[in-house]
Design a protein around this ligand. Structure first.
Ligand SMILES: [Zn+2]
Ligand SMILES: [Zn+2]
Length: 265
């Protein structure tokens, strides 16, 4: 049977009960709640939650769970003539979600920024017979094996003629973003690049909940990596984390500000 960690949404296969602990929560980038680790089955989750949909831009749909569950992850569906791609994954997967995605044409692939979004990816993949692309550098964080998981290595992976994954590292060694080359370019960043509350800047952290920063050279490397990547819009890991215009400049300026702050004496 499957059980989910209530704090982070990671799913585990168990014969009964629940695991001793959640390695994702016990990692220094996440946390075990002060009230202790708690678990929920998918059917218990379905009884009290639903998914809501929003069109972020033409061909870009976000899926978020209400009421909020785990870290409040959102997933984004990138629609394309070459097939739909699920970017990042959320724990809650129900019949309505399956019916809506099927009506949209199903999923050609699932790609995930980093382990905080692995959630129930194995179940989404099985439902749509879709491969899951995870960066090999984060292999040790996979908690449930699946025949659908494909590990990729190196710095880029083309998912189709318009969509490419870029490994940026930082928050996780295999931390990746999705570049959609349509229009003026759209970057789906997970929290490898975190959109700040005013949506006029971004940040880059080792741990967001524990407020642990990345080093200046790491952030400089991320900025350098994006130097020649063309994108105008950026959509982050959570609801409302959207930069609809001028995102490449905002990322550049934010990286500069970050480095200036962390090197201050
Ligand atoms: Zn957890
Ligand atoms: Zn994260």
């Amino acid at each position: 049977m499957i059980t989910l960690c209530k704090a982070c949404g990671t799913s585990y296969e168990v014969t009964a009960g629940h695991p001793q602990s959640c390695p994702i929560c016990e990692d220094e980038r996440q946390y075990v709640p002060a009230s202790g680790q708690a678990w929920i089955t998918p059917s218990e989750l379905r009884a009290g939650h639903t998914n809501k949909w929003r069109q972020l831009a033409p061909g870009l749909l976000s899926v978020e769970t209400v009421p909020n569950f785990a870290i409040g992850q959102r997933a984004i569906i990138v629609q394309s003539e070459e097939g739909n791609i699920l970017w990042d994954c959320i724990p809650h997967f129900d019949d309505a979600t399956q019916a809506i995605i099927t009506a949209l044409g199903g999923l050609k692939a699932i790609a995930i920024s980093h382990p905080h979004y692995y959630s129930t990816m194995q179940d989404w993949a099985a439902a749509f017979d879709a491969p899951i692309y995870l960066h090999a550098d984060d292999k040790k964080w996979i908690q449930r094996d699946s025949p659908y998981i494909h590990l990729w290595e190196g710095e880029t992976l083309d998912l189709n003629s318009h969509v490419q994954l870029l490994r940026l590292g930082g928050h996780f060694a295999g931390g990746s973003v999705l570049l959609h080359k349509a229009e003026n370019g759209v970057l789906l960043s997970g929290d490898i690049i975190q959109v700040a509350p005013g949506a006029g800047s971004v940040s880059f952290m080792w741990s967001y909940p524990n407020m642990l920063p990345l080093s200046a050279p790491t952030v400089a490397a991320i900025a350098h990596r994006l130097k020649d990547v063309r994108f105008n819009a950026l959509y982050g890991a959570f609801e409302g984390k959207n930069i609809p215009e001028n995102a490449a400049d905002i990322v550049r300026q934010s990286a500069r500000k970050y480095i200036e702050c962390i090197e201050r004496r």
